[in-house]
Design a protein around this ligand. Sequence first.
Ligand SMILES: O=C(O)CCC(=O)C(=O)O
Length: 232
Amino acid sequence: MPLQGFDCDSLQFFTPQCKNTLMTTSFPKGFRYKPEYFDKTAQIALLAAVTDAVRGPAPFFQGKMPRTGQPLSVVGSNFGPLGWVADITGYRYDKVHPKTGKPWPPLPDLLLNLWNDVTGYPAPPEACLINWYREGATMGMHVDADEHNLGAPIVSVSLGDPARFRIGGPKRGGKTHSLKVSSGDVVIMSGAARACYHGVDKIFHGQSTLVPQGGRINLTLRRVHKVDPRAL
Ligand SMILES: O=C(O)CCC(=O)C(=O)O
């Protein structure tokens, strides 16, 4: 079956023969893309975990840009001992939901297993940001830098509508590459790629029926604290 869902500037790097772990020469070193990592059953299970979280202790909330207070175009929530929060005072990881004051729901086993499978990192993720991109939502180019541990990989899961994911280099404004990511796909950024600007500049709204209200859910696993070698 031919591969689907890549846009033209990434197509040249991928072949059906290397479908399960696609490595590129032009994407930054440490960038990996695993299309269809999660099958439909697993995607439904992940969506059910998100639904339980946001209908229970961790409802979606609208983050805000620090200083300006401008709302982010995505709404977010978290799984894990820590959750990423954005408000007028800054970006940070908190143990509790900013509105309910309750701890974030635990990380689903499917995500812990994914982390172990694709990173081999010797400590578990501490946060999983849940972002819901509804029609028109995007995410500007940024580097994830609020973690004390910038050596651990970032692992990102797509559910629902496809999106155009873009990654550049360690400086803002350089050459970028884009990739159409679809439901069940996983992107890993480690090594040099961990320090690269990336974002989402388009959602292909209405192309998936996985999310009942429409749109795309992105789950991003992060390790926040450094790992004490004595604890390993
Ligand atoms: O939605 C995505 O695929 C990227 C998410 C992201 O870059 C982030 O949450 O920092």
